[in-house]
Design a protein. Sequence first.
Length: 94
Amino acid sequence: MSKTAYQVLGVSASATAAEVKAAYRRLAKAHHPDQAGAAEHDRFLEIHAAYQILSDPERRAAHDQAPDRELEAEILKERRLQLKRRKKRLLGLY
């Protein structure tokens, strides 16, 4: 079974927006690839995707209905964005 966005950030389903933000900042700082190394890149994307979902009330409600689908879709979206940025840098268009 995959994790929910709440499990990724280590907060309860009843967490306030401030609690979600504080958990995101703490985890993002600890797992950022510039701080923790490239090995933490996937974990950082997972943390960022969870925050993107839980920080938006509409997306949070959708996540509560189908947690697996919403988080996985956001992680894939973040990975695609990372690949686009890398491609632009490599092509010298960045």
